[in-house]
Ligand binder design. Structure first.
Ligand code: ZN
Length: 160
């Protein structure tokens, strides 16, 4: 069965950055399962997986534009520390959820200088070329409910 939209695909993956450092990987014997064709993976990776089959191994380099997007400097803002007084121990690298007009957005504390805190609304992998090593573990047809929900159901998944 080759991969096409509305199939559940299970993959082992290792994600490296441009320097070859491992950023993320699937746990041993626990492939990541996702519903293909629903935007659950970054576009550049999903596109390369289309048409592949269980057992295939591939190396996919995804540009920032096809990954988590280009880095947008206008998503960086500086706020006085007192604006974040609800947060006890503010540290660089900490992620905060902020309510914006467009809904909840994750911000990363990227810098703290004196009383000023720099908050970065970019995805941590924005602007980065992603280097994926993939092994396709399994491919199956999705159920109608999975297709309607846009995600995979596993025996231990629960939601409304
Ligand atoms: Zn569901």
């Amino acid at each position: 069965m080759s991969i096409e939209p509305n199939q559940v695909v299970s993959i082992y993956y290792t994600l490296r950055d441009e320097t070859g450092a491992v950023i993320d990987r699937s746990a041993p014997a626990q492939p990541l399962s996702y519903l293909h064709g629903h935007g659950n993976l970054v576009p550049g990776l999903e596109r390369e997986l289309t048409g592949k089959s269980a057992g295939d191994k591939l190396r996919v380099k995804v540009s920032a534009a096809d990954g988590y997007g280009e880095y947008q400097p206008d998503l960086v803002q500086q706020v006085p520390r007192r604006a974040l007084k609800g947060i006890r121990e503010l540290t660089v690298g900490m992620r905060l959820e902020a309510q914006t007009r467009d809904g909840a957005r994750m911000l990363t504390v990227s810098r703290i200088v004196g009383d000023m805190v720099t908050l970065d609304g970019n995805h941590p992998l924005a602007g980065k070329t992603l280097d994926f090593e993939i092994e396709i573990a399994a491919v199956r047809a999705a159920t109608e409910t999975e297709i309607a929900h846009g995600h995979v159901h596993t025996p231990d998944s629960h939601h409304h």
